[in-house]
Design a binder for this molecule. Structure first.
Ligand SMILES: C[S@@+](CC[C@H](N)C(=O)[O-])C[C@H]1O[C@@H](n2cnc3c(N)ncnc32)[C@H](O)[C@@H]1O
Length: 321
């Protein structure tokens, strides 16, 4: 009986999961964690600072306390828990993105994707995520910061999992604002880095000791790299466009050049949900090792190794043949 009760409660917790996600998103978007950085504050002080309705904000903060993000110090005064402190770091940038209405709408139409196999985002907005963000720079800035946040969570593990020091030049293709590249170059000062991404994205990057090039990876990528790095790029695309990206990289690379693909470890539960995120959002998929090997084989590469990291991503190593 007890087990049945706890299973039912666990199921209800999972069913209502989106309420938790949206509650944390709104807290992150309002900057609640930063406002509580120096200690607990009262709702009547926080409401004007966040331009919110005091009573509704109180209800939000109570819910955040119920899920362990805040603690209620005394009546109507809230502080950060250890979990809540995390919102001040990289996870906060992801939380600020995940509930954005335009992205949320795509998840609201998961059923459309499951019934038709189509990308829900495109079906709802009439454009893909990249076109949408190009037309909405404020959303692009939130997304790019979220990507930087995700990268910061795995950079150290990635840097430890592969000897990047053996390359003269690393080209980070679709490298966002360059968080991973900056971390790699910090560990390997002798390596030269080239950050490549869409012009509007690299415009927001700080050139921390690397060269910056804007363009489209469907047309060309910088030549002369000893290693081409694609982190969380191929999972955004279905097979045909993913192969096109890889062929463009292959065209820029000499035979024998290394290709490094960093993507989620498919065996982990988080990868299965990320796979749905790819289905409804950018219109891509998470892949198994065999599936990456097949993409490489179709693009002039062979898969020569894979190194899982402690951060839940794997470094797949290919060689241009
Ligand atoms: C999921 S993000 C990953 C960013 C970064 N590699 C990371 O791991 O944080 C995918 C990246 O692909 C870039 N991208 C999308 N379409 C592109 C294109 N046609 N040419 C170049 N970059 C593109 C996006 O701007 C974005 O930075």
């Amino acid at each position: 009986m007890h087990d049945e009760e706890s299973s039912s409660a666990e199921l209800m917790r999972l069913i209502n999961g989106y309420q938790v996600s949206q509650t944390i998103h709104v807290a992150a978007a309002l900057g609640i964690a930063d406002l509580l950085a120096d200690g607990p504050r009262a709702v009547d002080e926080l409401a004007p600072l966040t331009a919110t309705d005091e009573s509704a904000l109180h209800r939000l903060l109570r819910a955040l306390a119920a899920i362990g993000i805040l603690h209620e110090k005394d009546h109507r005064t809230f502080g950060l828990t250890e979990l809540g402190q995390e919102l001040r770091g990289p996870a906060g940038a992801w939380a600020a993105f995940i509930g954005r209405p335009y992205h949320w709408t795509a998840w609201g139409h998961l059923m459309h994707s499951v019934r038709t196999g189509e990308n829900a985002f495109h079906a709802m907005h009439g454009v893909d995520v990249w076109e949408y963000r190009a037309a909405h720079p404020e959303e692009a800035a939130i997304f790019d910061a979220a990507m930087t946040g995700l990268s910061l969570r795995v950079n150290t593990a990635v840097a430890a999992a592969h000897d990047f020091g053996r390359y003269g030049v690393i080209v980070d293709v679709g490298g966002g604002r360059g968080a991973l590249l900056a971390s790699i170059l910090e560990h390997h000062p002798g390596v030269r880095g080239v950050l490549f991404d869409q012009p509007a994205v690299v415009a927001g990057a700080h050139a921390d000791g690397f060269e910056i090039v804007g363009g489209s990876f469907f047309e060309s990528v910088p030549q002369g790299g000893d290693a081409y790095l694609l982190k969380s790029v191929l999972h955004d695309w279905e097979g045909e466009p993913a192969i096109r990206i890889l062929r463009v990289c292959r065209r820029a690379a000499d035979t024998g050049t290394t290709l490094l693909i960093i993507e989620r470890q498919f065996s982990l539960p988080a990868a299965k949900l990320s796979d749905l995120n790819m289905l409804v959002g950018p219109g891509g998929r998470e892949r198994t090792t065999d599936e990456y090997a097949a993409l490489l084989a179709a693009s002039g590469y062979e898969l020569v190794g894979e190194t899982p990291t402690v951060a839940g991503v794997t470094v797949f190593e290919g060689r241009a043949i």
